[in-house]
Design a protein around this ligand. Structure first.
Ligand SMILES: [Cu+2]
Length: 511
């Protein structure tokens, strides 16, 4: 492994979302430390040599997060966040998507290469209360940390805020050969980073906290735990970090700038491990890191911070010495040739607050904004036209693909962007060039992953066309979904308030 240790966040400090007027800084919780919650692993309902069957239930419940009253929360197969789901590469997966919530939802597999728009689970795949829908697909991508979250437009932000987000772990034979910790819950743990404001009786109040630039809270909540600690019983610890916040960027570093090693990005293992003291994750991005506690002794405590607030405390216990050295090279990543004569796609993310748009339009569910032939490899140039001072980094996400980052304003991408990604932070004034291809046909969304920005219209969709087997898709529309939300809430549609609606109204734009 190269001995270079990166000590900066790469991103432009003037563009951090801390500079926005509505920014809510994190505050250190004053409640008693709690053991970090580790989502249990969802058990398959059936398994054969080739097929795995799951039931994923979206449900409402109550969770003891703070002392006193329980908080009303949502989750997958649990009251908050959920049970982590494991997929093995090559297996055929069958999932019953079951909605026990009082309102419609969708089940979006963020980062999974599957057909769109129904298996992918974006806005065109609603599951209504009491309904079960079935999907099946073959896992066709390398080992990675992905996630499942709700995506019913324009209420994605509120449903994720209620708790509908859970890690999805893909395993394969290549990752299994690498000298990584992989004992789930012991030396291999997910860290879902979120922030909330607790109102009266420990409840969340999405409407009260609403901000069109993204809802935040002052209290860090990690895997659904406030003020968590984790008992370290091995020298090396693998953290699968997911930025599951609606809007917050996390700027991560340990006590005394303890270096750590990133081994994977959104879509899988990096070609080579990269050493850091500081790492910034924009919304929906993932990083797998290995932390080496070899220099510590039992009783020591090492905190992980975002900015200056400790978000997890690692309590060091006895452990066996572990002198594993990571190889310099982890996996091969072949960058495919761009298809001859392929067009270059241009995407522009503009505005802030209610004015956010993509290519000067707000999202229209029935409008196809771009097309790409199945299997073709094409450049996508993604531009953020925000001003550097007072603008925001917009995390750009595409459904149904893992892409490669080619360049940032013509320069090399960051050193930890040499693996597959599905979400990339685009700085104000920057154009990021991506190399994009799809393994399956369908309609796929692409958008800013500040979730209130996507609900507010900074989103578009493309059709991946298989010319040899043309297909048509039944696309949803905002009106149908909003009518359903209103009925489920027992109110007339005129009275319905969902996160993204005010952004369309303020701009006099039709949903
Ligand atoms: Cu944005």
């Amino acid at each position: 492994m190269s001995e270079k240790i990166y000590t900066d966040y790469f991103f432009d400090e003037p563009a951090y979302n801390t500079h926005d007027g509505g920014y809510v800084p994190l505050e250190a919780p004053e409640t008693v430390p709690q053991p970090l919650g580790i989502p249990s692993l969802l058990k398959p309902v059936k398994e054969t040599a080739t097929d795995t069957y799951y039931e994923v239930v979206a449900q409402a419940g109550e969770t003891q997060i703070l002392p006193g009253a329980k908080t009303k929360t949502w989750g997958y197969n649990a009251s908050l966040l959920g049970q982590s789901i494991v997929f093995e590469e090559g297996k055929h997966i069958h999932i019953d998507l079951i909605n026990h919530l009082p309102e419609l939802t969708t089940f979006h597999w963020h980062g999974l290469n599957v057909p769109g728009p129904y298996v992918d689970g974006g806005c065109h795949a609603p599951v209504y209360p009491g309904e079960t829908k079935h999907i099946d697909f073959t896992v066709n991508q390398p080992a990675a940390t992905l996630w499942l979250h709700a995506h019913p437009c324009p209420s994605t932000a509120e449903q994720v805020w209620h708790g509908l987000a859970v890690p999805v772990i893909v395993k394969d034979k290549i990752e299994a050969q690498l000298p990584f910790p992989r004992n789930y819950g012991v030396d291999d743990i997910p860290l879902v980073l979120q922030d909330r404001k607790f109102h009266e009786d420990n409840q969340w109040d999405y409407d009260a906290d609403y901000d069109p630039d993204g809802v935040q809270g002052p209290t860090p909540m990690i895997n659904g735990t406030v003020n968590p600690y984790f008992d370290v019983t091995t020298q090396r610890l693998r953290l699968r970090i997911l930025n599951g916040a609606n809007r917050r960027e996390w700027r991560l570093h340990f006590d005394n700038d303890l270096p750590f090693t990133q081994i994977a990005s959104d879509g899988g293992i990096l070609p080579e491990p990269i050493k850091f003291t500081h790492l910034m994750l924009t919304c929906a991005e993932r990083a797998e890191i290995i932390v080496d506690f070899g220099q510590f002794k039992p009783g020591d405590e090492v905190a992980l911070y975002s900015d200056d607030v400790a978000i997890v405390r690692f309590r060091v216990h006895e452990f066996e010495p572990d002198n594993t050295v990571l190889p310099d090279h982890l996996v091969d990543i072949d960058s495919p040739e761009v298809t001859a004569d392929a067009p270059v796609h241009h995407v522009v993310m503009s505005g802030m607050d209610e004015e956010v748009m993509m290519d000067d339009k707000k999202f229209g569910m029935q409008r196809i904004d771009a097309k790409q032939e199945l299997g073709h490899v094409e450049y996508w140039d993604v531009t953020n036209t925000n001003e550097m001072h007072g603008g925001m980094v917009h995390p750009y996400h595409m459904h149904g693909t893992q892409f490669l980052v080619v360049s940032r304003n013509g320069h090399e991408p960051y050193p930890n962007e040499r693996g597959f990604k599905d979400t990339v932070g685009v700085n104000p004034g920057e154009t990021v060039r991506l190399k994009v291809w799809f393994d399956y046909a369908g309609v796929f969304m692409y958008h800013c992953h500040i979730i209130e920005h996507e609900d507010g219209g900074m989103m578009a969709q493309l059709e991946v066309v298989d010319s040899k087997h043309p297909q048509t898709y039944k696309l949803m529309d905002h009106h149908t979904l909003m009518k359903a939300f209103a009925e489920e809430r027992g109110i007339p549609v005129e009275k319905l308030r969902l996160a993204g609606m005010s952004s369309y109204e303020k701009m006099n734009m039709e949903m």
